[in-house]
Design a protein around this ligand. Structure first.
Ligand code: RFL
Ligand code: PHB
Length: 401
């Protein structure tokens, strides 16, 4: 089989890239190791930046989102029993975030892709990349019947997440990897209960971090800081509610709404960056190239930003033969990625309880929480990062005006 761009992975990055390329008249084939059902049911992210909302609308995949997403103009930061609202809309000149589950984004992108008669090959295995440093790279894989197939392409987009094979295809001596593993995990639950709060609540408590998010008017998404080595078996429902009540307690009578817990899982937290994000004719996008801890709600949004830039560069190549935008892909992505890494690290350090902290460190953390919730300048900085920094396509601006 032959195509212009071979895309490995049907996550948000791979599917959005396929849709963006289709709209630019560029042919692509997506290969995915899991089944359609599995990827449409995996619960992950919930917060979309306005840039991601705009992109879904631009590709014609935004209709269901516009009907059912919840659009929020602020978030709450809670500590010491007090509630503080960060008015992101006001602080950023009118920006908002949307709460719309990642698996719904996946369903919408798959539907848009299939409607445009684009190919997605599910259930592949044994994926290998070869000839990536030539003009004729090849992806070899086994299809679901066990037959070996070859995909000959002009370019490969490695959108196969943190554990996929694409990143490993960049020679070790060229790849520089930066990593930070945090001593925290998140226990995430879905509960059949109406929202406890009209906006997301990020709570710092001596006992640990807690987060109130939502999915639909009937389902809440809640998280608790736990040890990364902990297991779901140690968390019966009563213990989860007890900790959520404790960590989210507020001195104004705020109430957490409870309901049956329908799903529980624990994720560990890391920051990771691969530099460069490209080698030869291979371009990495999304979690294949970088991971952020979920506290800043940035992972899916960064994946969307990468593929927007990649589609822009590929369009220029196919229209004009110029390679400058492709050549600058990694450098221009990484500039924004590092800022999102910084923000995610900042939110993680600000909000979690770190048992290795000295009493001095802890007081500094409380002072930072106090500062960010009382200084307009500090709150504005948090807000502009949370809603998403601008995507710069031309020459980056060098000064603050
Ligand atoms: P994905 O989603 O991991 O998709 C990669 C796809 O590649 C497939 N694959 C392969 N396919 C073919 N051959 C192979 N050998 C393959 N190996 C793997 C996989 O099956 C998969 O389908 O990466 P992508 O597209 O880069 O998207 C990244 C996002 O999924 C991720 O960053 C977010 O979920 C992170 N995240 C959040 N991001 C946000 O922007 N906002 C949020 O509110 C937010 N909350 C979260 C999150 C991640 C979380 N967890 C579970 C880590 C909350 C949590 C709890
Ligand atoms: C979610 O709703 O899953 C969610 C919200 C905010 C975050 C991370 C995850 O920072």
């Amino acid at each position: 089989m032959r195509t212009q761009v071979g895309i490995i992975g049907a996550g948000p990055a791979g599917l959005m890239l396929a849709n963006l390329l289709h709209r630019r008249g560029i042919e692509a084939v997506v290969i995915e190791s899991r089944s359609r059902k599995e990827i449409e049911e995996t619960v992950r992210a919930g917060v979309l930046e306005q840039m991601t909302v705009d992109l879904l609308n631009e590709t014609g995949a935004g209709e269901r989102m516009m009907k059912t997403a919840m659009f929020h103009q602020g978030i709450e930061i809670r500590f010491g029993g007090k509630r503080h609202r960060i008015d992101m809309h006001k602080l950023t000149g009118g920006k908002y975030i949307a709460i719309y589950p990642q698996h719904e984004v996946i369903k919408d992108l798959i539907a848009a892709r299939l409607q445009s008669e684009g190919r997605i090959v599910f259930n592949v295995s044994d994926v290998r990349l070869s000839n990536i440093d030539t003009e004729a790279p090849v992806i070899t894989y086994q299809n679901e019947n066990g037959d070996t197939e070859e995909l000959n392409c002009d370019f490969i987009a490695g959108c196969d997440g943190f554990h996929g094979p694409s990143r490993q295809s960049i020679p070790k001596e060229i790849r520089k990897e930066y990593e930070k593993v945090y001593p925290y995990g998140w226990l995430g639950i879905l509960a059949e209960a109406p929202p406890s709060s009209p906006e997301l609540v990020y709570a710092h408590h001596e006992d640990g971090f807690a987060l109130v998010s939502t999915r639909t008017p009937e389902i809440q998404r809640l998280y608790l800081q736990v040890s990364p080595a902990d297991s779901v078996g140690n968390w019966p429902d009563e213990r989860i509610w007890e900790k959520l009540h404790l960590r989210l307690s507020a001195d104004d009578g705020w109430k957490l709404t409870e309901g049956p817990i329908i799903q529980k899982n624990i994720v560990s937290m890391r920051s990771f960056i691969c530099d460069p994000m490209q080698y030869g004719r291979l371009y990495l996008a999304g979690d294949a190239a970088h991971i952020v801890p979920p506290t800043g709600a940035k992972g899916l949004n960064l994946a969307m930003a990468d593929v927007q830039r990649l589609a822009w560069a590929l369009e220029d190549y196919y229209e004009t033969g110029r390679i400058e935008r492709l050549a600058g892909y990694s450098e221009s992505c990484l500039r924004r990625v590092w800022k999102a890494e910084r923000f995610s690290w900042y939110m993680t350090s600000l909000l979690h309880r770190h048992h290795g902290y000295t009493p001095f460190d802890y007081q500094i953390q409380l002072a930072e929480l106090d500062h960010v919730t009382t200084s307009t300048a500090a709150a504005q900085s948090l807000a502009e990062n949370y809603v998403g920094l601008p995507l710069e396509f031309g020459e980056p601006s060098l000064s603050v005006t």
